[in-house]
Design a protein around this ligand. Sequence first.
Ligand code: SF4
Length: 243
Amino acid sequence: MNVKYLKKVGFGHKFLLQDTRYDVVNGIRRGIASYVRTMAIDKVLVYKNESVMPDEFLAHRLGLVPVRVDDFDEKTEFSMYLQKTGGVVKSGDIETNGMSEIPFKNVPIIKLNDKDSIELELVVKPGMGKDHVKWNPALVYYNNVPTIKQHKSVDKSVIDACPRHCLEIKASKVVLNDIYNCDVCKYCEIASNGAIEVVLDENSFVFTIEPYGNLSLEAIIKGLDEGFSKEFDDLEKQIKSIK
Ligand code: SF4
């Protein structure tokens, strides 16, 4: 498989994967979602909760707030604190320590009445997405590299049908001006009434990783390598133990 870094779009990093197959690409996607170790709020100790929300709901919301920790191992564990009276409680209100950072500070958690308070201890622990989605490091998705096959001439309505503005007409031919931005929705093909066809390369993929903020892209790739190595070592041991 050939891997090439293409570009950053918004929060996402786009890669071109060539000479590979669906199962391999999907395995990488699932590996990132399941076997990369990250840190997340795993336990919430509730000292005071005068909000309208039950403790369990509050804890569940807090668990999904990304926590960035760059240096940790399997045994790392520490606490952060959240205290507030009145107003909207946001992720940025969490008191972090020297080890942690909240990458997105505007995540709303709950709205408190003026005199209501919360006092919480948030215990942060390592884990993997296979155990709970709160440890998942990124949204990962892919599509085949597309090309346009043209059967008849088309008018501008076909070009305008593309929500991503990836099409143009050059010398009466429909061309993709940004292959890596096309998400293969096929709206253009539908609008063309059979005049064009979006053809997919079954062995080339645009692969996108959008980190949730709890790990950098480099740390996600390193974590995937470690996660897969451990899984394969475990598998090898189990196979060898079969008599
Ligand atoms: S498949 Fe969708 S995104 Fe791609 S060119 Fe056609 S309309 Fe645009």
